[in-house]
Design a protein around this ligand. Structure first.
Ligand code: DAK
Length: 257
């Protein structure tokens, strides 16, 4: 049995991965996370894939890590399983990854959405880090990424009370890119992915890397990193194609080389 469904070519160069554990509100057990990590590693090496959309279903993107699987674990069990390695590998995915979120995105589900590069939410989406209610704290980046997205006081309130925010609040706080009716969240995410797949895949990869670097370094270092990536692209055919197409007043055809 598979916990994810992979739909290739939902649009040119776009693959859709659906988390598929509906009875458990897509709770993220270890097996599911390994499948997701393996799928992304494979898609990373597939030239026919330039962007990936990750969704759950209308009721839940994911209601968190699987509490039933975690409940009896000791610190040493957690250390030995080292699930963080899986999350770190997902974080390193080089291609644009867009979360299409409807319903619950809680705990690890919210953290997984925040690990993506962009979030398209349905009007019914609910985001939160309710780990405090079960005696722990966010463990896959929530205290850091939610704080960077929302600022200290809002993140602190959500993390210490475990309360949820709805899609429009998430939009106001800058956590999500777009909010659309529930019938449209997946197609809007695919549409957003399609806009990106029309661009140079190499430029997308280096742009993603540079934006992400801004969270981990100071401005000077970040600008230095950006500049190196900028120079690097002048060795690509896509740069020649993009600039020639502009001069010749035609649409560029990017090949990713
Ligand atoms: N885990 C396991 N099962 C879950 C679940 C979860 N997180 N969320 C829901 N389910 C299951 C319910 O147990 C129920 O199963 P049955 O009882 O029918 O067998 C089924 O899904 C339907 O849920 P409900 O009956 O509760 O549905 P409601 O509509 O009444 O409520 C709810 C929906 C989302 C408000 C509620 O289910 C809920 O509060 N769920 C738990 C939310 C939560 O606390 N999430 C945070 C979990 S802790 C790490 C990485 C990440 C994490 C930790 C470590 N490493 C890398 C090491 C993350 C931790 C977390 O996310």
């Amino acid at each position: 049995m598979s916990y994810i469904i992979i739909n290739k070519e939902v649009a040119p160069f776009v693959t859709h991965i659906q988390i598929n554990r509906p009875k458990e509100l897509n709770a993220l057990n270890l097996e599911l996370m390994i499948e997701l990590k393996d799928a992304l590693l494979e898609l990373e090496n597939d030239d026919e894939v330039r962007a990936v959309v990750l969704s759950g279903n209308d009721r839940a993107f994911a209601a968190g890590a699987d509490i039933k699987q975690m409940a009896g674990k000791s610190s040493i069990d957690m250390l030995i399983t080292d699930q963080f390695k899986i999350w770190d590998q997902i974080k390193k995915f080089k291609k644009p990854l867009i979360a299409a979120v409807s319903g619950f995105a809680l705990g690890g589900g919210c953290e997984l959405a925040m690990l993506c590069d962009m979030i398209v939410a349905s009007e019914t989406a609910k985001f939160g880090q309710p780990e405090i209610k079960i005696g722990v704290i966010p463990g896959a980046g929530g205290t850091q990424r939610l704080t960077k997205a929302l600022g200290k006081v809002k993140a602190m309130e959500l993390i210490l009370t475990g309360e949820f925010i709805d899609a429009n609040q998430a939009l106001d706080y800058g956590l999500v890119n777009h909010v659309v009716p529930v019938e449209l969240y997946l197609s809007e995410a695919i549409k957003l992915a399609s806009k990106i797949t029309a661009m140079s895949p190499l430029a997308c990869q280096l742009a993603k890397e540079a934006v992400n670097r801004s969270f981990e370094t100071n401005l000077e270092e970040g600008l230095h990193f950006e500049r190196k990536n900028f120079y690097l692209l002048f060795s690509s055919q896509d740069q020649k194609e993009g600039m020639s197409a502009f001069v010749e007043k035609r649409k560029p055809i990017f090949k990713g080389n």
